[in-house]
Design a protein around this ligand. Structure first.
Ligand SMILES: CC(C)(COP(=O)(O)OP(=O)(O)OC[C@H]1O[C@@H](n2cnc3c(N)ncnc32)[C@H](O)[C@@H]1OP(=O)(O)O)[C@@H](O)C(=O)NCCC(=O)NCCS
Length: 347
């Protein structure tokens, strides 16, 4: 049986070769470009060492579990959380129990083990190991143009008919609204965002600590994507932020609202940020805006601002080890804040 221990710097080439075999060349190249940022520069890495477990057979590397340490807030207590991300086992060694040993080793060493947007095989393994399954993080879409509802699987006349029928609704949903507070684009998150997080944290039962060092690492210094960051200010105080980017997809142009924060009880705050993102999306010629939100209060505001809930495939599992939570905790995620910005979903 393989031995499991921590990653060492001399493992890098063998891990890259295994990654290429399991995930293919494109994914391996993309991972190589992100690697230093993702594993060395994370401000929550204890001792700046990558939080990666390696499965070895003699001198060969046959598996890894690469993770992202975060400070996780669980009912007002901070625990050392860890997003499981790039887990892999050599193809010839799969279905022999190695994945299970890697999952359990990771879980034993962290205060909470979390998984988001899982592959079919890892989702099934989480289920087999009975990780609490919160279900998918709801996905919401706001249509901005009649192209937003196009489906590549529908014939052209159907697409045209749907566009024509829904156009009046889209015009109402996407109309421009005045902003009720000051919004400005920023280049970095300053310490006042840490204060904002400390102030809002008690409003969430579970969320990654969104302090300034984490936010700058995640959204300012990421080498693979460029984000726009909007800060919301009222009476000279920062009261929220939104992180977003625009991209082309086969079905059209999309603005992704990747992460956001505001007081969930202050409807005016989040809706002002959302109206700002609407304007930005329209300027970028996006057909729609897409976001993911687990918090029921945020989802309510999103729906009132013209977003519709659509099918989500972003599965979410979490197991809290460091503090006692009863099984009912996992059944009520209405006050949990999880978005597309969490883990390494946006890549
Ligand atoms: C996910 C992975 C690491 C699991 O490792 P493993 O050594 O095969 O896992 P184990 O042998 O300990 O456990 C096997 C269980 O995992 C699940 N599983 C693993 N591979 C699966 C597959 N191809 N299809 C469906 N379920 C699968 C099943 O629950 C399986 O139980 P079963 O054999 O009783 O049906 C491995 O399948 C892998 O490298 N997959 C490709 C990379 C990947 O998808 N990574 C996850 C990114 S989120």
């Amino acid at each position: 049986m393989a031995d499991i221990d921590r990653y060492r710097p001399e493992d890098r080439r063998a891990v890259e070769a295994l990654y290429r075999r399991v995930f293919g060349n494109d994914a391996a190249e993309a991972s190589r470009l992100r690697w230093d940022w993702q594993y060395h520069h994370n401000p929550n890495n204890p001792g700046q060492e990558p939080e990666i477990w390696i499965a070895r057979e003699g001198r060969a590397i046959v598996g890894q579990y690469a993770t992202m340490p975060v400070q996780l807030l669980v009912r007002n207590q901070e625990v050392q959380g860890s997003w499981g991300m790039d887990v892999m086992v050599a193809p010839e060694r799969q279905r022999q129990g190695l994945g299970e040993v890697l999952f359990r080793t990771w879980d034993r060493n962290v205060g909470a083990s979390l998984g988001l947007g899982l592959s079919d095989s890892s989702y099934r393994l989480f289920q087999k190991l009975r990780w609490p399954d919160v279900g998918p993080v709801p996905c919401l879409v706001k249509p901005l143009t009649r192209r937003a509802l196009r489906r590549p699987t529908w014939p052209v006349p159907i697409n045209r008919l749907v566009s024509a029928l829904t156009l009046p609704i889209i015009k109402i949903v996407s109309r421009t609204r005045p902003l009720r507070a000051e919004v400005r684009l920023i280049q970095r998150f300053d310490d006042r965002f840490t204060s904002l997080w400390n102030e809002l944290a008690p409003k969430f039962d579970l969320a990654v600590r969104r302090d300034a060092p984490y936010l700058n690492w995640k959204y300012v210094s990421s080498p693979h994507v460029r984000y726009s960051i909007a800060a919301l200010r009222r009476d000279d105080r920062n009261i929220g932020y939104a992180v977003y980017r625009h991209l082309h997809e086969p079905r059209g142009r999309v603005t992704l609202l990747v992460d956001f924060l505001a007081d969930p009880d202050d409807e005016g705050a989040l809706s002002t940020l959302l109206h700002w993102v609407d304007r930005e999306a329209r300027q970028a010629n996006s057909d729609k805006i897409r976001t993911f939100a687990l918090h029921a209060g945020f989802r309510r505001i999103l729906r009132r601002t013209g977003y519709f809930v659509v099918k989500s495939t972003m599965e979410f599992v979490v197991k809290v080890n460091a503090v006692d939570v009863d099984p009912a905790f996992y059944e009520d995620p209405d006050r949990w804040h999880v978005t597309l910005g969490d883990s390494d979903q946006d890549r």
